[in-house]
Design a protein around this ligand. Sequence first.
Ligand SMILES: Cc1ncc(COP(=O)(O)O)c(C=O)c1O
Length: 343
Amino acid sequence: LRAKAPASAGRWVVSFPFRDTLRRMDFRSDNTHGCSPEIVEALARAAHGSVSSYGSDPYTDRLRERCRELFERDVDIFPVMTGTAGNALAIASLTPPWGTVFCTPEAHIHRDELGAAEFFSGGCTVIPTDDLASAIPLAAVPACVSATNATESGVVLDPAAVAELSMHRLRVHIDGARFANAVAASGASPADLTWRAGVDVLVFGGTKNGCMGVELIVLFRRELAQELTYRWHRAGHRVSKMRFLSAQFEAYLTDDLWLRNARHANAMAARLAGGLRGVAGVEIVREVQANIVFVRVAPRLRALFANAGYDWPLFGDDVYRLVTGFGTTEGEVDQFLAAIPSS
Ligand SMILES: Cc1ncc(COP(=O)(O)O)c(C=O)c1O
């Protein structure tokens, strides 16, 4: 059975019979959402006419200018289609092949990206650690710290926490797959959360938060721009019809779509967490700061949560992860809460 989602959500959902209500509300990931109508409209507008390729187009020029305004300084930008490519290329520009890159044990670059940073850098070592200060002296050539904001466990780093990372005199990379959620939650400016706190390169996420498929490498160290341009091209991530990536990100930054979407996603997580606090057999295990809710559930509910795809064994076999997105509706949250059996 196919049903149209509310017009405001602008996407199609597949609905199941009522007994499968828990499956219908999809809190598996912010990657399961479609994209904002503004992005589709921008792509349709960009489909007309001929422009130069490989990023020498007016869309990319305007996006660069917009980023310079947003970050309150000169930056170089490199649109890519995936966060993995963005992270790997950004990190490669911050470390020599013999350097060590430090990240948290839960970091996407460590757990999910299959050695992309190591590969693109020509062999750097990625060391996951919760104790940066102790790990750094053990490395032969400490090169870079990589942090995610908002983190994989939904924690928002404020400017002071980011600045602490840069106190080690290493280069700093931020995986900003959920950067919009972090800015929306912290209220800090993009500049304060990045270069003013010592960040060298940010991978600014678009895909999870309303774009069709684009992430933006924002480079604050302009002296690395030429090298990163070669890496970007050589890796096959300098898309010839760049206008379609840049047009998405330009629309994303227009009229604060990125912040509106992130604020909505964060608000839906707060609503979900608020409701779950009243459900017997469900315990919120981490403070909800952005758009991710981690819950420990009673044995009677585990199959339901597991079948819906919410397993998150990193925090324990009985812990599940629920993610809200720009397309999550209040109705979905409320229906989900109502559908959890009380006994
Ligand atoms: C924190 C984080 N960083 C990076 C990525 C990588 O994005 P992609 O799947 O586009 O390579 C993801 C994807 O889920 C992510 O959650």
